[in-house]
Each structure stands twice: as structure tokens, then as C-alpha cells.
Design a protein around this ligand. Structure first.
Ligand SMILES: [Mg+2]
Length: 188
């Protein structure tokens, strides 16, 4: 299978990094538990942009720690012959640091894509499964006939209820939930 995997809030806990930046720069709290909407309304658009830029500095990218079980699961899928496309809503200039980070944490991948047209790219290269936390991306992928999976977060819990989303609260759970789809599936 051809698998696309998002980074922020999928491979590592991005929320704390973003909310730290919001608190430090603007004195605004973004409690994870209350983040029911994908839109981040407590910050003005320009403030949000500044915070995201900070979280995508080379230093911040390299400092991220993966969720427990994430690297092992992806390594097992890669060793089983599945194609791994790592995809992140980041500027192209983040590519070198992101690649260095993937090597640092030991996550095997066939391709890294830092851009703002994630699902369009997934369609272009024939992705079978997208793992992403964004309800917007999940919905677009469902509409495109791509299987979807996610870690459950407050902002995508409702979509997990109503749509055909494979989900779990952590990576070991996600690996188990995806086993029926991936085990015995044709290799990419
Ligand atoms: Mg994400």
C-alpha cells in the first residue's frame, strides 16, 4: 500500500509547542482539551501565523519528540514493503530540517513532501491511505476515495464518529486498528 503520514499532531504532539508559543508571545492560552474546532479562534490570524512560523523554525522542528510507538509502527510498515510518503503543511524551506529530524528519530520514509496541497498530491501519486489529524484533510481524502486514519484529538473526534475514519488514541492502538487493512495488502 501507499501510505501518506502527516507530521504535526500525527507523529508528534504539536499542540504543546504551538500553545507555548501563543502563551509566550501573546499571553494567550490554547487549552488542548477545549480545542474542538480546527479553526484557532483565540489568536488573531497574524498572531497565529507568527506562532506557526516559530514552531516551524529549524530548531523547533529538530527538537520534536515522536509519539511513543510511532516510529516502530512506521518502520514495520516500511519493512513489510509499504510505501511511506511523509507529508507536512510546512513551507518548502522546512524540508532540510524536517528530513534531518526524520533521520534523527529513525523514521524510515520513501518520500518527504513539505507543501500546502497535501491531498491533491496524495491523489497525484496514488496514495491509498492518509494518516492525518486535520478534519479538513480527512474529509477531502474521504471524498477522493482515499482510506483515512488518525489519532483522535478534540478537533477531529466528531468526524471520527460520523465518517469512515480508522482512529485510536495512541500509536500502538492505531497500528492495531490498521492491521486488518495493511496486513496482506498488496505492497507498493
Ligand atoms: Mg497535523
Amino acid at each position: 500500500m501507499r501510505i501518506a503520514i502527516d507530521i504535526d499532531s500525527t507523529l508528534h504532539h504539536y499542540w504543546d509547542v504551538l500553545s507555548d508559543a501563543a502563551r509566550r508571545r501573546f499571553g494567550i492560552d490554547l487549552p488542548y482539551e477545549e480545542q474542538f474546532d480546527w479553526g484557532i479562534t483565540r489568536l488573531k490570524p497574524k498572531q497565529l501565523e507568527v506562532c506557526i512560523e516559530e514552531t516551524h523554525s529549524d530548531e523547533a522542528i529538530l527538537a520534536a519528540e515522536p509519539y511513543p510507538g510511532a516510529v516502530g509502527a512506521v518502520r514495520r510498515w516500511h519493512e513489510a514493503g509499504h510505501f511511506i510518503h511523509v507529508t507536512s503543511h510546512r513551507r518548502d524551506r522546512c524540508h532540510p530540517a524536517t528530513e534531518q529530524w526524520l533521520h534523527r528519530i529513525g523514521l524510515p520514509f520513501d518520500e518527504l513532501y513539505c507543501s500546502f496541497d497535501k491531498v491533491a498530491r496524495c491523489r497525484e501519486i496514488g496514495i491509498d491511505l492518509l494518516i492525518d489529524d486535520s478534519p479538513v484533510n480527512l474529509q477531502h481524502a474521504i471524498d477522493a476515495g482515499i482510506a483515512v486514519a488518525t489519532l483522535r484529538h478534540p478537533w477531529n473526534a466528531e468526524l471520527c464518529e460520523i465518517e469512515d475514519v480508522i482512529w485510536a488514541d495512541d500509536w500502538p492502538g492505531l497500528e492495531r486498528a490498521l492491521a486488518p487493512l495493511l496486513d496482506g495488502a498488496p505492497r507498493a
